[in-house]
Design a protein around this ligand. Structure first.
Ligand SMILES: NC(=O)C1=CN([C@@H]2O[C@H](COP(=O)(O)OP(=O)(O)OC[C@H]3O[C@@H](n4cnc5c(N)ncnc54)[C@H](OP(=O)(O)O)[C@@H]3O)[C@@H](O)[C@H]2O)[C@@H](O)CC1
Ligand SMILES: Nc1ncnc2c1ncn2[C@@H]1O[C@H](COP(=O)(O)OP(=O)(O)OP(=O)(O)O)[C@@H](O)[C@H]1O
Length: 615
């Protein structure tokens, strides 16, 4: 889902930051280096931006980057003179970070690279041109007098749809007229005279001030337009929900007794040593499916049109899912280096809970990640570290600059698991929220579990609509989320329907409702994993699931779409992780029966993985 439709030349700050994050990636910069033609690189940039929900063409990305570089180089040049101009480039710090290495190279290349106005010129040539434009020569003549600086605004008024906002300040319109680079012969002489007595710095300062003012106006208007759009979308969304609920009620009303859900829980498939003391947790609601290994649910019974449509999209054969998971698993070859098969981050671990982040992190390693990082509080770190020398433990979650400390690692992480053992302290939840926001900008798959779901119940917008987000609630957490989103008690007779409704309300986020059967849905398709486990419900099984899901999610999102037959990568990953968790539970139970603990299950990851995905 696109969070942001194309808006021509107007770029919001969020969109620009996302673009800069992608453009600043090492692989993008390397691809741009020394490539005369860069259209394929910008195609890739536009694709990645699209994955974050921003719809931009490769050309728009390239022009935006070019414009940002121009602003940066001008500000940098100005800054060299009086230390003030850098404040006038909104994204100065970001550009500085990205270009600090490149600019040296580019400066050396100035003489060797051809300068031209061609928009398809290669990256180095663009930078050279930008540097030259920003450069003021020794005679005191500013080069931008010769080549008036192009702003990112178009040469015509901007169409704004929100009422009362169609006219722009005259200053802004006059600025747009400086857009086309005029040749020195066609430049009006008058303007040169008018500026002749002004000092160079004053002139530049004036120009930049006007640019900033114009830019601010655009952003203000754009923000108003977006707010209006958001409001409209929210209204539409709540109308849809109302419809869905009404249809659900109608559907419940017309269901015949033979198709009504049966509330009687099915017994566990594993024989229990003492039937008088059942080991199974009481189940909630309908549990009436064949004892198949897996089930790809496609509803054919009468349902309201909305539900019917949603389910009709998801029809795949049961046996197709495990092979798809297999297709995502990277081969073990001697050609790879450490880290390539997965660097997973776990956000969680506080004074009370040190086991949960450990279980999640070590499970990620055992499934096949190369590196597993835990970001926890200061007092939890030595404890977690003492469990295993294999984990990289960062005691930063409660530090004053926690977000910056964690953000430093984001470019290196392939996926993030937020919540195991996080606790519910306000400050920790705030830091977790901020790091989720920043990870979203980078397109990192984010799995939210345990206390992370507490945060989502309080502030759903933190993850709502993010297509690489996966929620893994147990029944309690699910109820909390459902009621927060729907403002009414959960009807626990039909888990699948409720899970679908919640996924839709969360913007088609993938949801794994854990329980006697694990229900996986993105609101359109539904998978159910009822692989035989056991009746043993020791704490920490959910952590094993979320940690391994971090790895499967990274693999699934890095696989080409045809490897997973076009299926949503989150669904494939979730199916892999739930099958594995249940298989571990089953194997551990065979060895340890009632004493089975999560550590015993973790011991089984290797053979369970082999059995499910490599045999
Ligand atoms: N070794 C460690 O360090 C571990 C640490 N952990 C960490 O602990 C933190 C808190 O997590 P949490 O799940 O205990 O908290 P919360 O959501 O308040 O639920 C508790 C309440 O919900 C209920 N309940 C639970 N499941 C249910 C179900 N399926 N169906 C129905 N009811 C269910 C249950 O009700 P009861 O049966 O007790 O009446 C109970 O009252 C979190 O950070 C987590 O990661 C764990 O990972 C374990 C290993
Ligand atoms: N009633 C059940 N029958 C069989 N398996 C179950 C049942 N409930 C949970 N499971 C298995 O345990 C896994 C974890 O679910 P659980 O409800 O224990 O999560 P959790 O409460 O979040 O765990 P944690 O203790 O780590 O917080 C599920 O994915 C499923 O495989």
């Amino acid at each position: 889902m696109l969070v942001n439709a194309t808006r021509g030349f107007l770029w919001s700050d969020m969109e620009t930051r996302a673009l800069l994050n992608i453009w600043g990636e090492h692989d993008v910069q390397t691809a741009l280096d020394g490539n005369f033609r860069n259209s394929h690189v910008y195609r890739d940039v536009a694709n990645r931006l699209c994955e974050l929900g921003f719809d931009r063409t490769p050309d728009q990305c390239r022009i935006r980057v070019k414009s940002l570089k121009r602003q940066y180089f001008q500000a940098k040049e100005g800054s060299r003179k009086n230390g003030q101009y850098h404040k006038m480039c909104k994204f100065y710090d970001e550009m500085e970070r990205i270009l600090s290495n490149r600019s040296l190279l580019e400066r050396q290349d100035i003489d060797s690279v051809a300068v031209g106005g061609d928009e398809t010129m290669d990256e180095d040539a663009e930078s050279t041109e930008l540097l030259q434009e920003a450069h003021m020569d020794g005679s005191g003549e500013c080069s931008f007098m010769e080549h008036p600086v192009k702003t990112e605004y178009p040469p015509c008024p901007i169409p704004v749809t929100v009422g009362g906002m169609s006219s722009f300040p005259t200053k802004q319109i006059s600025l747009t007229k400086t857009n086309p680079p005029a040749s020195s012969s066609s430049r009006p002489r008058r303007s040169k005279k008018r500026f002749a007595n002004m000092s160079l710095e004053k002139l530049m300062e004036k120009f930049l001030e006007q640019s900033m003012e114009a830019e601010d106006n655009f952003y203000r208007l754009e923000q108003q337009r977006l707010q209006a759009e958001d409001k409209r979308r929210e209204e539409e969304h709540s109308r849809e929900l109302q419809m869905l609920q009404m249809l659900g009620q109608i559907f419940n009303g017309i269901r015949t007794p033979s198709t009504a859900p049966q509330a009687t829980p099915q017994p566990s498939c594993i024989p229990q040593t003492n039937p008088a003391v059942p080991l199974t947790r009481p189940t909630f609601g309908n549990r009436n499916h064949p004892p198949a290994l897996t089930e790809f649910v496609s509803r054919s019974q009468p349902a309201g049109p909305v539900i019917e449509r949603s389910f009709s999209l998801g029809t795949a054969a049961v046996d197709n899912v495990i092979p798809l998971v297999r297709n995502t698993i990277p081969p073990l070859t001697s050609k790879k280096h450490k880290g390539q098969d997965g660097r997973i981050g776990i956000i969680g671990g506080c004074q009370e809970y040190t086991g949960a982040p450990f279980f999640a992190a070590i499970s990620a390693l055992k499934v096949g990640a190369d590196l597993s990082h835990v970001f926890c509080t200061k007092d939890a770190a030595p404890v977690i570290k003492s469990y295993s020398p294999e984990l990289i433990v960062h005691p930063v979650l409660d530090s004053p600059n926690a977000v910056e400390e964690m953000e430093k690692w984001l470019p290196r992480l392939h996926s993030l698991v937020v919540g195991p053992g996080l606790g519910r302290e306000e400050m920790l939840l705030k830091n977790a929220k901020e790091i989720i926001e920043r990870s979203k900008l980078r397109g990192i798959p984010i799995i939210i579990d345990a206390d992370g779901l507490w945060l989502v119940a309080k502030e759903p917008s933190v993850i709502q609509g993010y297509q690489r987000g996966i929620l893994t609630p147990n029944f309690m957490e699910f109820t909390r989320l459902y009621e927060a989103m729907h403002h009414e008690p959960l009807d626990s007779t039909d888990h699948k329907r409720s899970a679908q409704q919640l996924s839709i309300a969360m913007g088609h986020l993938t949801l794994v409702l854990k329980g006697e059967e694990d229900i996986i849905t993105d609101g359109k398709n539904m998978l159910s994993c009822s692989q035989e486990g056991s009746g043993r419900r020791c704490g920490g099984q959910g952590d094993l699931l979320s940690g391994s899901l971090g790895v499967f999610a990274h693999w699934a999102f890095s696989s080409p779409p045809d490897a997973i037959k076009g299926m949503n990568p989150s669904l494939v990953a979730a199916f892999g992780a739930t099958s594995l968790t249940r298989q571990c539970n089953r194997q551990a139970f065979h060895k340890h029966s009632r004493s089975t603990s999560t550590s015993d299950m973790i011991q089984e990851i290797s053979s369970a993985f082999k059995k499910l995905f490599e045999s």
